[in-house]
Design a protein around this ligand. Sequence first.
Ligand code: GDG
Length: 452
Amino acid sequence: MSRLVLVANRVPNPNDRGATAGGLAVALRDAVSRRDAMWFGWSGSTAEATATTPQIETRGRLTYATLDLGKEDYRRYYQGFANGSLWPTLHYRLGLSHFDRADYAGYRKVNNAFAVALAPLLRRDDLVWVHDFHLFPLGAELRRLGARQRLGFFLHVPFPPPGLFFAMPRGAELVADLAAYDVIGVQTEEDAGNLRAALANIGQKAAAARVAAFPIGIEADSFARAAAKSASGIETARFRQSLVGRTLVLGVDRLDYTKGLPQRFAGFAQLLNQFEQHRQRVTYLQVAPVSRGDVAQYRSLRRELDEWAGRINGQYADPDWMPLRYMTRAVARPTLAGFMRLARVGLVTPLRDGMNLVAKEYVAAQDPADPGVLVLSRFAGAVAQLPGALLVNPLDPDEIAEALDTALEMGREERLARWRSMEAGVREQGAQAWCQDFMAALEGGGPTAIAA
Ligand code: GDG
């Protein structure tokens, strides 16, 4: 069986296993457990200059090959172009996108450094699976160095309509680079349509035909088990006690401007304002661990949310009731699963999201006998697979307030029916199915997309 080489900006820590592992490492666990595999990417550390040879660590059949990045390269590639230009553009937020040629040069430089360090490690029949927006040009760089292996690319975030993407300087160059990949995966049919149109637009018709949607899923069974176990654990018991019988609304998001948090807070304020019957009866916990805290836009978002939280609690709190609890520290994954099970409403309202795994986790975590209600943004990729959710336009606080009121008033029968329409899908279209589908496409026949 061919070896699988996984390339991502951040490589999981070889020492983080089981309950502490997160994100991509969990999603790819199945693919990695079946064969020899290698993770390749940034070590998470910076140094004076970007390393030219990777540090190698081996754990059984799995090898970790990582590079330290030079401080300036990290700043240009990661903070500058990937997070400053690409992330907002891919999330339809051109107004937040900042372009600087030196950042773009840094982005290309790091992609080239990755390719130069990776190429000598590759075996002839390796399958290479590259992840996300940090690494658009990596496939093309590898091809330039003579790589003939099957190369796949998966974009975890949305791809906007071509007119929007091409407004970003060098957008066409990046899309052209994607033609070096044999499989070009995105989250949804909408993203696939947009990316095909972008490729066709620059004359890459053959590459457009290689674009397909592979909606990412979660390990639903293990998350459900963790939720059930943790719901009777000490952390959840203490939290439940602190609610003194009040209904819980829960939000869980990285602190990011794509997640629609100010609008969501406004929606909750509107609920308390318009639907007075919920005052004193509901507590909203927002878990929003800080991410990318070194980027200016994220610092200002944090200030904005601090203000919202202060305003809402200042206006509506009673001596014995704090309507909004807001924390920017991360919560341990099993505890989070228990909190999700406790919550009557899962509030997930990103302005735009590739998939949104929290929505699926909330569904998986529910008590099958008495499930809660998912309130979901119509702009999350997960929408297509979660037909039982109450959909909202995340930009409209009144719509969020109305959906919250509907969810809070909803009887058990309707909650059950809605949850049942989603839970099998979340289980069956899980992380394992996602891996297998992508791997089948990557292994699949057809000539390699040599040298675009
Ligand atoms: C990108 C795309 C796409 C959150 N807070 C805590 C915590 N989390 C966990 C959640 C969930 C994960 O982080 C977040 O995943 P999302 O999918 O919601 O969002 P992004 O981080 O933006 O991920 C997204 C995804 O890639 C996968 O392709 O769905 O669209 O943007 O698992 O539970 N985990 C812990 N403590 C926290 O406080 N332990």
